[in-house]
Design a protein around this ligand. Sequence first.
Ligand code: CMP
Length: 486
Amino acid sequence: MKNLTKLVPPLLAFLAFILLSIYYTALTGGISGGQAETVRMVAYYAVQIGFWITGAHLLNVLLKIFFWDTIVTRAISGKVPRLLIHFVSLVVYLMAIMAIVGYVFHKPLTGLWATSGVMALVLGFALRNMILDLFTGLAVNIERPYQIGDWIQLNMENPASQIYGEVIDINWRATRLKNEEEKVFIVSNSLLNNYVITNYTYPDKKIRFETQIHIDHSVPITRAKRIIKAAAKKVLKEKGFFTEPEPSIVISEINEFGIQYTTRYWIYPWKGVVPANARDQINSSILEYLAFSGLKPGFPKGEYRLARLTKDHHEHDSIEHRKEILRKVSLFDPLEEHELDEIVNKIQMKSYSEGEHVIQKGEEGESMFILSEGILEVSVNTENGSMHKVAEIDPGEFFGEMSLLTGEPRSATVTAFTSAVVYEIKKEHVEDLFRRKPSLLENISFIIAERRAENQMKLENISSQRQQSIDNFANNLLKKIRTFFA
Ligand code: CMP
């Protein structure tokens, strides 16, 4: 509305000159005397020139209101460059001047056309980058390969010139990106034609990233994959990671460092978690899990290391490896070296594949276990009989102690969340030790009490949530029934 009022003065001026040119003869007819002819002539030219100039002005105002300020502004979602508006209005006035020369003064226009053609060429050449920026900016706004808030990467042939960041502004001349280091990149639109644009936010926010690690050739592939997968799955609880699709581990290369394993995981990049931080978390977890299993990342081999290789990378179930595992179990901290040796020879290694039960609730149980590799899940039955996960067991933790010590049936089901390796310790192998070392029993009974309390709390929480949802449902139903009968 405010804009339309701007239209009134030029429109009135133009209408006035139309009326003047129609009634020009009637208005100047009354003039008499010696100068009458000259006055009529001047009046004629003035009216005609006024008609073209006010017409050009009206056209420019119309363009501003109905083209620049609406259609173009919307298309490029930003302000239209004033330079461009001025350039176009200048062209309109030049056309009006040419019309005056041709139609009012009846002079040939060929020379003027030639001059203006050259001028247009010079101007177009001088402003070519700006014009290219504008049109690419228009294309970006119409095609929308990215929007404000998207994380994009611009790839040139040369990897060094890769730029990425969040789109913070798109205007007629440039697109602005800001990365997690708060660095702002201003990429002029005309340059975008030379980039391949990767959009990390569109159409889906789930993006797969990967990280590589080498493990020595002597480590069995299933073992390496099991450890890496457990390590990767452990991180999925963190912000920005997706549990589905689950991480996959593939062999990507075999070289002098060992076997290269690539871990693929899905994240919501930058908005959920910065990819570099996600890689850091996955790598750290892998290193931690490898260290626990007595493994190191692969290194290039020289002959001087060859003699140690087989020993260094432990046979999977060697006595040393068992001892190392037992030493990491805090429960056994009070044990002397010879007491550890007593158990080491008797424990038995067992492997489970993903989803397999290690312990089932209600079974009789006369042994406890130590998790060596993988992750396990502990679940208990809720009131309505469904299973509910109450805890996770990580390498170095023990389980199955409740039945072993109390003689009661297994209190929970323990399932392999990833494929897993455990060591089983039978009652007869530790009975004597427990009797001799009462501090062991104290520690263990404290842990049992803690675990029981934790399970109890979780179950009560579920049943209160269930009760709450029954109450809500009943209330809503009652409301509906009341409305129906009202
Ligand atoms: P047991 O009852 O012999 O068999 C199931 C085992 O699950 C149990 O011993 C514990 O070792 C283990 N368990 C039960 N609840 C938890 C918990 N909250 N955290 C860790 N382990 C648990």
